[in-house]
Design a protein around this ligand. Structure first.
Ligand code: BMP
Length: 265
C-alpha cells in the first residue's frame, strides 16, 4: 500500500523527525535521488555536493574515506544541507554490540550523530545494536536504516536473514525508519526503502556491484529512494561540475517520473 501513496501522505504517518523531514522534502523538491559521494578529498566532496545539491533529497557520505577530514568539513556540509535543502546520510554500516556502536556513533574523530540525520547498521549483532544507536540518536531526532539486503553479488543478506531484519525493525519503529534493500517488503507498517546499485549506463563495476535502472527500482520494485554514486559523479575525485549537474538531473528526472507513474499522478 505504501508504494501507491504519495511521499507527502506518508510523511504524516511517521513520528520519527528524520523520516518525516525526508518525505516532506522529497515531495517539496520533487526528488527521490540520493547521491553517494565516495571521493577521498574534502574539496572534491564539497564541490560535488554543491553541484548535485539542487537535485537531491539526501547526500550519502563515507566520512572515513576522507583523507583531510576536519571540523570545518562538518560545518560546510551542514551549510550545504541548508543551502540546498537536503538531509545527510552517513553510510557507516555499524555492525558491533550496542555499547561499542554507541561510542562509534557519538565519539571518535567523526562524531557522526552530531551531523548525520540518518545512518545505517547491519542487523547481524541482534537488537542490541538498535538499542545502542538509539541511546545516542533518538534524543537528537536521528533515524536508522537496517541493511536488510545488499546490492552486491553473492550477498548473505537474503532469505531468513532479511526476514529477521524486518522483525527487528518492527520492534523499534520509533528509531528504525526503514531499510537498505532491493525491493519493498509486504507488511502493514510503512518503512522507507532506500536502494543502492542504481545505474543507467552500466550493469556492474567488476567488483560485485550490480546496477538496476531507476525505473526498475522505483516502479517495478516499489522502493522509495535511489542511491546513485559513480553514475553521477564519475570516476576518482569526480567529473567536471557541468557533467555532474547534468547527470544528477538525469537521474532525478528518471526517478521522479517512475514515482509519478507508480502513484498514478
Ligand atoms: P555506486 O553507485 O558508485 O556503485 O555506489 C554505491 C554506494 O552505495 C556505495 O557508497 C556503497 O558503499 C553503497 N552500497 C551499495 O552499493 N550496496 C549496498 O548494498 C549497500 C550500500 O551502502
Amino acid at each position: 500500500m505504501a508504494s501507491t501513496k504519495t511521499y507527502a501522505a506518508r510523511a504524516e504517518g511517521y513520528a520519527n523527525p528524520a523520516a518525516r523531514s525526508l518525505l516532506e522534502l522529497m515531495d517539496r523538491k520533487k526528488t527521490n535521488l540520493c547521491v553517494s559521494v565516495d571521493v577521498t578529498r574534502k574539496s572534491s566532496l564539497l564541490r560535488i555536493i554543491d553541484a548535485v545539491g539542487p537535485s537531491v533529497c539526501l547526500v550519502k557520505t563515507h566520512i572515513d574515506i576522507i583523507e583531510d577530514f576536519d571540523e570545518d568539513l562538518v560545518s560546510q556540509l551542514q551549510h550545504l544541507s541548508s543551502k540546498h535543502d537536503f538531509l545527510i546520510f552517513e553510510d557507516r554500516k555499524f555492525a558491533d554490540i550496542g555499547n561499542t556502536v554507541a561510542l562509534q556513533y557519538s565519539r571518535g574523530v567523526h562524531r557522526i550523530a552530531s551531523w548525520s540525520h540518518i545512518t545505517n547498521a547491519h542487523p547481524v549483532p541482534g537488537p542490541g545494536i538498535i538499542t545502542g544507536l538509539a541511546s545516542i540518536g533518538q534524543p537528537l531526532g536521528r533515524g536508522l536504516l537496517l541493511l536488510a539486503e545488499m546490492s552486491s553479488a553473492g550477498t548473505l543478506a537474503a532469505g531468513a536473514y532479511t526476514s529477521a531484519a524486518i522483525d527487528m525493525a518492527r520492534a523499534h519503529r520509533d528509531f528504525v525508519i526503514g531499510f537498505i534493500a532491493m525491493k519493498r517488503f509486504d507488511g502493514q507498517e510503512d518503512f522507507l526503502i532506500l536502494t543502492p546499485g542504481v545505474g543507467l549506463d552500466v550493469k556492474g563495476d567488476g567488483m560485485g556491484q550490480q546496477y538496476r535502472t531507476p525505473r526498475e527500482v522505483i516502479l517495478d520494485r516499489g522502493c522509495d529512494v535511489i542511491i546513485v554514486g559513480r553514475g553521477i559523479y564519475g570516476k576518482g575525485e569526480g567529473s567536471d561540475d557541468d557533467v555532474i549537474k547534468a547527470q544528477a538531473e538525469r537521474y532525478r528526472e528518471e526517478g521522479w517520473k517512475a514515482y509519478l507513474e507508480r502513484t498514478g499522478q
